[in-house]
Design a protein around this ligand. Structure first.
Ligand code: GUN
Length: 296
């Protein structure tokens, strides 16, 4: 293994400690406790685990956690009515509706119903637009956490070639926007890209966010590149004895070629929740008109 491991677990822990300190100060100086409402519709097992972890880490950071677990049979109108209540609730500074939603509920309508000021996911079109134009806006958590890891490994990334594999609204597109804002030359590759391996090999920074287990092979990677693996894929073990979690990158071969690489688990994943807490803290400061301390 040639690559240095990028330890997202340790970095996220330190970020969460800085957030907890900032939250304690906000409470002491201004009497305000940041509140995060998380809404889960249905019983998707992976989503249940994420939501449980989010609630635990919210409380650990000294924030209030409001969990709403709703039946998969709820109507879109009922969900929109809950969101309207949360939008109006002064104790709630951040709202997250866990995706994916059941097929009968329109994701777009739900995202657009969240007040942009409480949209700690950064999925509302107003925040998407602001991030794209560099006018502030809430930055989605996974790209924000990934960017922190990239800068921790490489420092200044001006002029680097960055390739993002995947074009989702949640990760791929905002990741590309952030890298562009940090002066990288950015390519977004996806399922229709011709000769994706050659495109990937141009990358000084390669972000894999496709949701395909171990798709990115060792020979897709430029020697010395910084590889961020956003994938979390549950696959059957080779011996058929249970399951394991792997990323979108074939870790063992990639780590022989890369300069820096995130492991799965323990890389980009833990940064996502830490950045959710960061966004909730920032949203609270904006709402109450207090300048935030620098947590990043
Ligand atoms: N489902 C998977 N990732 C995310 C995320 O970052 N936010 C929300 N709301 N749902 C998700």
């Amino acid at each position: 293994m040639a690559a240095s491991l990028i330890d997202g677990k340790a970095t996220s822990q330190k970020l969460r400690e800085r957030i907890a300190t900032a939250v304690a100060r906000l409470k002491q100086d201004h009497g305000v406790t940041p509140g995060l409402a998380v809404v889960l519709v249905g019983e998707d097992p992976a989503s249940q685990i994420y939501v449980k972890n989010k609630a635990r880490q919210t409380l650990e950071a000294g924030m209030a956690s409001f969990e709403h677990r709703l039946s998969a049979a709820i109507t879109e109108a009922e969900l929109l009515s809950l969101i309207a209540k949360l939008n109006a609730d002064p104790a709630v500074h951040g709202i997250l509706v866990q995706l994916p939603l059941p097929a009968h509920i329109g994701e777009k309508a739900v995202i657009e119903s969240i007040s942009p000021g409480k949209d700690v996911d950064g999925f509302h079109p107003e925040n998407v637009g602001r991030v794209a134009t560099g006018e502030g806006g809430v930055v989605p958590c996974t790209p924000l956490g990934s960017l922190m890891l990239i800068k921790q490994a490489l420092g200044d990334i001006t002029g680097k070639n960055a390739v993002v594999i995947g074009r989702s609204n949640i990760v791929g597109k905002p990741m590309a926007q952030l890298l562009l804002a940090h002066h990288c030359t950015v390519t977004i590759a996806h399922s229709r890209t011709r000769d994706i391996a050659s495109v990937a090999r141009t990358a000084d920074i390669l972000v894999a966010a496709v949701g395909r287990p171990e798709m990115v092979k060792g020979d897709w990677i430029k020697p010395g590149a910084c590889v961020i693996d956003v994938g979390i894929n549950r696959v059957e073990k080779e011996d058929g004895q249970g399951h394991k979690v792997v990323g979108d990158v074939a870790f063992s071969e990639a780590s022989d070629v890369a300069g820096y690489i995130t492991p799965v688990p323990g890389g980009a994943g833990p940064m996502t929740i830490a950045c959710l807490l960061a966004n909730t803290y920032l949203s609270t400061c904006r709402t109450v008109g207090v300048p935030p301390v620098d947590i990043f």
